[in-house]
Design a protein around this ligand. Sequence first.
Ligand SMILES: Cc1cc2nc3c(=O)[nH]c(=O)nc-3n(C[C@H](O)[C@H](O)[C@H](O)COP(=O)(O)O)c2cc1C
Length: 134
Amino acid sequence: MHKAICYVSTASPGIAKEEVENLLVKSQLKNNDAGITGLLLYSGGNFLQIIEGSENLIDQLYKKIRLDRRHFNLIQIFERTASKDSYKKYESDFISENMNFNSHKIQHYIEHLQMLDSETRQAVKNILASFIKL
Ligand SMILES: Cc1cc2nc3c(=O)[nH]c(=O)nc-3n(C[C@H](O)[C@H](O)[C@H](O)COP(=O)(O)O)c2cc1C
């Protein structure tokens, strides 16, 4: 069974930019190795993440993530059983630091959503749009 979880959270106070960058890079490497797909964005002190993969792997990872002290205020947006892969590989990015973050990139992320069911895709689009504006 495949599972997808989406949440937002707040980066812990005092976490350095380098630590966030390190987290993004490490997560991307580990997830690609483990066959976990999805998206992790950091913007204006907040994270937006989607993790997707086999149910066991996602449950294990999500447990770790929820306990991670580098963030707090985790709010789960949805949990879905997915019938197929939605993201080809893991994506992670900083967005607010980059003044050139624009419709180009938004489109790039949205293109990754084509394989999620339309209701979920719409939810992700809305969340992504408001997350980017924060
Ligand atoms: C916002 C946030 C997102 C994270 N996302 C992932 C992730 O996608 N994959 C991952 O392996 N670890 C992620 N982590 C790190 C995990 O919480 C944990 O530290 C990591 O899996 C190391 O576990 P290990 O010590 O068992 O190897 C994330 C942490 C935070 C704060």
